[in-house]
Design a protein around this ligand. Structure first.
Ligand code: FUC
Length: 814
């Protein structure tokens, strides 16, 4: 066979292989009963609207969400005179009097007013992400028993379906939230004519007015804000029937004797993403317009358009394992979780978890909206836990870890835009507290652009939130090489580096530059004098974030040929930063001194920020530090909240230990919560609908867990951005044969690959931008270009090879 044709044969073969492995049990969530809580409901969304379908056959509840629906409003929480106390706080820290520093910090260095409302800010200035309410479908003829009940969410179709039989009639309900339009559509059908008898109602427990006109049910209201009226919202529902009749009352519609019912729903708020201080007009016409657009297309076309739009994201990337257990396809997702925890074989459960993470990202984060919050877009609460806000000491960032490796970096646009929108308020906060240039965001943030410290200094004074967010901008550049993007967001990077570089002080012992006052997120140290505190100078995570922030600001300035002098001064500052230190126990110090941990198994592992997401610690660039990182993880243990376990999967992946990563993934998949009278366990884990349990539900663990799986399969981090294939593949039998497509790497390459016996069989790199490609070439493999020319001949041992890749060309590893 001619070589060119042979290569395209390989490529086709790769794609065929991946399709072959795409088992249904890696794409479908299954239930045998209606949901008893939203943690058993099926989540749907298009980045703006969210829904959770309970699949009930008597009353069916569908929880409704609109991404921007927040109570509260803009508040000035900056304490303008705080900076006057900064020298005194720093003086205490330099003297080692952390106690006095912390006391003064708590008095003077917290937000003005109630901050987040002490985590319960729904009726305070801060506000909370709130549910829009419920759509309630009340069936009339419910006396006869339900048979053959089945409920599923097909991830690759973004479609929830419920099927059941009653009185010899087969009913079905299918639901999607359109990715091509901005509405939800529900189709209810029956196998016999005129059997659909039900009523439809919109309900919100607070601040709701109901009406109907022109065949539509309308729910409108205004959420609370402490001083005046808050955000306005509107929700519209329009039913369409085949056969039968409809009767509208004030707040409900009765459907009698229909053969088919299609319900369209949409919603809007007056939130102005560009300028939150200036609300938009009445949202009702907008919500109605969303449905009007839909009315022009028949249901089946709307469904096809939705699925095509959704799949344009979903199919960009795939991961599959060959091993499968046929009996699993029929089991409910909860039964699978339970069996897996008991040691049952279920090769496809991790793949399902990966796909679910991808599904949630696409469904909760689309261009032009806010970023995914602590619950993504899905919340049944009026007071969401932690206000359902943006926590910046890991949680919001973790929501986006999987975007770049999955080739879905464009879905992180809401994060980039949100970060950019914090610059202006963050500059004011930087002046108020530090009298510093640049911008800062602390730990908590909301759509009202809160950047002040929290109301509690022990957790609320972490000052690296903004810089950690900025990391995502740089990572997007690393993955895409998009200079226009870098130029657009350069002021954000510059501003966070400016802030950090101007607040550093010299610690007395070594003369290193350190941040002060700060803390290591939410963890407490014990000083040799017995003082237990959080306030410190130069916690390790801060220093890592400083190094990272300065490095990318310097690199960006060079790439864009701007601010050379400033970049040079940053280089000098960077050299003086407090370095990583290994403590007496061989672990990495969390604080500047080798202090004892008050909670040795604390959920935050902030001092390993340098291992992940930042990459200053790698087994190849800094082997000694990698050993210390391993020791640190051993000390922290494998427990923790959902997101903490997810982070640890990423850590172990980066350490090249696939077995430990899988162990943590199994921990993350541990069923938790109480369902159908059974208590499945406490602590971090997974609910029956695969939502991650902190507990409570917090979506970061879903995203972090899926990102962790990608770390096991393809890596490209570290100083030289070498592409590593299967860097942390678990040794478990079911992981030994698989394939992936569309994985992205730093340097802008796309990877397709298949493997067998745990070794790369064949791979294809596509150079999306071109340039130097560094690859750890698997033993026995060659690099062949698209013309069939052998660029690098068979290597006996795996070693790093370098070649010049041309933009748009494919390179085969065979
Ligand atoms: C951080 C974590 C908590 C929780 C909260 C939303 O503060 O320490 O565990 O996830 O965010």
């Amino acid at each position: 066979m001619e070589f060119k044709r042979f290569t395209s044969f390989i490529v086709l073969n790769l794609i065929a292989t991946s399709t072959l492995y795409a088992q249904m049990e890696a794409q479908t969530l299954i239930f045998k009963k209606p949901a008893s809580s939203y943690l058993e409901a099926l989540p749907l969304g298009n980045g703006k609207l969210g829904a959770m379908d309970f699949g009930g056959t008597n009353t069916n509840r569908i929880v409704l969400n609109e991404k921007t629906l927040w109570s509260g409003g803009i508040q000035d929480a900056d304490s303008d005179s705080a900076h006057l106390f900064l020298p005194k706080i720093q003086e205490y820290l330099l003297k080692g009097d952390n106690k006095s520093a912390q006391e003064l910090l708590q008095k003077k260095f917290v937000s003005k007013g109630s901050g987040t409302g002490f985590g319960n800010g729904a009726n305070d200035h801060y506000g909370a992400y709130q549910t829009l309410g419920d759509l309630l479908i009340q069936w009339k003829d419910t006396t006869a028993a339900v048979r053959n009940y089945h409920r599923q969410l097909e991830l690759d179709k973004a479609l929830a379906t419920t099927n059941w039989e009653r009185d010899g009639v087969k009913f079905s309900q299918e639901t999607f939230v359109s990715m091509s339009g901005n509405f939800m559509a529900i189709k209810i059908s029956a196998s016999q004519k005129n059997k659909i008898n039900l009523s439809l109602r919109l309900n919100r427990n607070e601040h709701a007015l109901y009406s109907n006109r022109n065949g539509q049910l309308i729910m409108q209201g205004q959420l609370p804000n402490k001083d005046n009226k808050g955000m306005r919202y509107a929700a519209v529902l329009e039913p369409k029937i085949k056969g039968g009749s409809m009767k509208f009352a004030a707040d409900q519609v009765e459907v009698k004797g229909a053969t088919e019912l299609i319900i369209y729903f949409s919603a809007a708020t007056d939130y102005n993403i560009a300028e939150p201080a200036k609300p938009m007009d009445n949202p009702l016409p907008k919500a109605i317009a969303h449905i009007h657009v839909q009315n022009m297309a028949p249901y089946h076309l709307a469904k096809t358009a939705h699925q095509q739009a959704f799949q344009s994201f979903y199919h960009r990337n795939s991961f599959s394992l060959k091993s499968s257990q046929p009996e699993i396809a029929k089991m409910s997702t909860l039964d699978r979780l339970v069996a897996y925890e008991k040691g049952g074989k279920d090769a496809q459960l991790p793949v399902l978890y990966y796909n679910f993470g991808k599904y949630l990202l696409i469904s909760s984060s689309q261009k032009g909206t806010l970023p995914s919050n602590l619950q993504g877009i899905w919340a049944p609460e009026y007071q969401t836990p932690w206000n359902g806000d943006y926590h910046l000491n890991i949680n919001l960032q973790m929501n986006y870890w999987l975007a770049e490796p999955m080739g879905l970096g464009d879905l992180a646009e809401p994060l980039f835009e949100y970060t950019a929108s914090l610059v202006e308020p963050g500059m004011k906060t930087a002046k108020a507290y530090y009298n510093a240039p640049g911008w800062v965001a602390h730990v908590v943030a909301n759509p009202w652009k809160f950047t002040s410290p929290g109301e509690g200094a022990e957790w609320g004074s972490t000052l690296t939130g903004g810089a950690w967010l900025s990391e995502h901008i740089w990572e997007h550049f690393r993955f895409t090489k998009d200079k226009a993007f870098l130029k657009k967001y350069y002021p954000v990077l510059k501003g966070s580096a400016q802030f950090l570089s101007s607040i550093l002080i010299k610690e007395p012992k070594n003369g290193w530059l350190v941040t002060a006052p700060s803390n290591s997120p939410e963890h407490t140290y014990i000083m040799p004098n017995g003082f237990k505190g959080t306030t410190a100078m130069g916690p390790t995570m801060d220093m890592q974030i400083c190094r990272e922030s300065f490095d990318y600001a310097i690199a960006a300035a060079e790439i864009l040929q701007v601010d050379q002098e400033w970049a040079d001064s940053l280089k000098t500052t960077r050299r003086q930063l407090a370095p990583l230190q290994i403590g007496a126990d061989g672990d990495i110090n969390e604080w500047l001194e080798d202090w004892k941990d008050a909670e040795p198994t604390h959920r935050h592992v902030s001092h390993l920020y340098g291992l992940h997401p930042y990459d200053e610690i790698t087994p190849w660039d800094t082997p000694e530090m990698a050993v210390a990182a391993r020791k640190t993880l051993a000390q922290r243990g494998d427990g923790g909240t959902g997101w903490s376990k997810a982070w640890k999967i990423n850590f172990w992946g980066r350490l090249g230990d696939g077995d430990h990563a899988l162990l943590l993934l199994k921990q993350l998949l541990k069923p938790v919560g109480t369902f159908s009278g059974t208590n499945y366990g406490n602590g971090g884990g997974t609910y029956p609908n695969l939502f991650c349990g902190h507990p409570p539900f917090q979506i970061d663990g879903n995203f972090g867990g899926a990102a962790g799986i990608s770390e096991m399969l393809v890596q490209s981090h570290g100083k030289d951005e070498v592409i590593r294939l299967l860097p942390a593949l678990p040794s478990a039998a079911e992981w030994q044969q698989g394939s992936l497509t569309g994985f992205r790497t730093r340097g802008a390459f796309s990877v397709d690959m298949s493997w067998a016996n745990g070794k790369v069989e064949k791979a294809r790199l596509t150079a999306l931008e071109g340039g130097l490609c560094k690859l750890l070439l698997p033993a026995g493999k060659s690099v062949i270009d698209a013309a069939g020319k052998v660029l690098i001949a068979k290597q006996d041992k795996s070693g790093i090879v370098t070649f010049n890749a041309s933009k748009g060309m494919n390179y085969t590893i065979l």
